[in-house]
Design a protein around this ligand. Sequence first.
Ligand SMILES: NC(=O)c1ccc[n+]([C@@H]2O[C@H](COP(=O)([O-])OP(=O)(O)OC[C@H]3O[C@@H](n4cnc5c(N)ncnc54)[C@H](OP(=O)(O)O)[C@@H]3O)[C@@H](O)[C@H]2O)c1
Length: 267
Amino acid sequence: MERPLLSVIGGGAMGSALLRRWVAVGVYPAAQMALREPDLDKAVALQQELGIRLLADPSQAGESEILFLAVKPQLFPAVVAEMGRLSATELVISIMAGIPLQQLQQAFPKQKVVRTMPNTPALVGAGITAISYGPGVTPMQVEQVEKLFRAVGEVVTVAESQMDAVTALSGSGPGYLAVILEGLIDGGVQVGLPRPIATQLALQTLAGTAALLQQENLHPAVLKDRVTSPGGTTIAGIQALEQAGVRGALMQAVRAAYERSCQLQGS
Ligand SMILES: NC(=O)c1ccc[n+]([C@@H]2O[C@H](COP(=O)([O-])OP(=O)(O)OC[C@H]3O[C@@H](n4cnc5c(N)ncnc54)[C@H](OP(=O)(O)O)[C@@H]3O)[C@@H](O)[C@H]2O)c1
């Protein structure tokens, strides 16, 4: 049988969501993609759903051109050990949080390595992935990496030194926005809306505002000025937000997450 082009190691939340999307979008034919996942029930279910191949033995991972690491970071040393020598792999892509390029390169001295940080909206094709390339990655390999992550949202290239900042903004961002949404929904309920309607209003307001800012390339301050009429409702709401220090709180959230990410990196 022809060797797979891409092998994914770890069929958990991220690995399975990415594979689903790659098959749906047709990034590679399903038969050219393989999965290594120790939970056999999970692995067989994905194989049957997607038509991908399963790697019975971890050492088979090295027969594919691209190796995609989607296991928890603490499992990285064990995974490297069980895969052994990678005979045919040219490119290793990692989504493992906090594993530096240098550590990837040490583990895979003959391959080109790429460190990435996708975020949870990738699960519905609306993510953003920050990418840092190791030395020597060719333009064709850059294209291959971008093609994989464009299938689940947007991509940006960053210096590796910016990965902690990326983690603090787009990595942890869905958590911050979930808290903000909860507050908006509770606010709607407080002033008399049924919870399901308040939820629908809040979710679509967030999604719609982001779409408007993106599509019209608007600065948030311009939008804010547009929607605040003199003596109106929105400026009254904004005054309450400013009094509560919402901007400072959000900046502080990003800083706290950044510092925590740096700490974890060092531990
Ligand atoms: N979730 C996110 O939003 C997100 C965002 C950015 C980056 N990441 C990164 O993505 C990686 C995966 O996260 P996740 O949320 O998808 O975790 P997860 O759901 O725990 O998935 C990890 C998968 O790897 C499997 N696994 C364990 N040992 C293995 C081995 N030796 N060989 C192959 N597979 C093995 C696990 O199987 P078992 O269940 O049987 O243990 C599990 O299915 C992490 O490194 C994380 O830092 C995640």
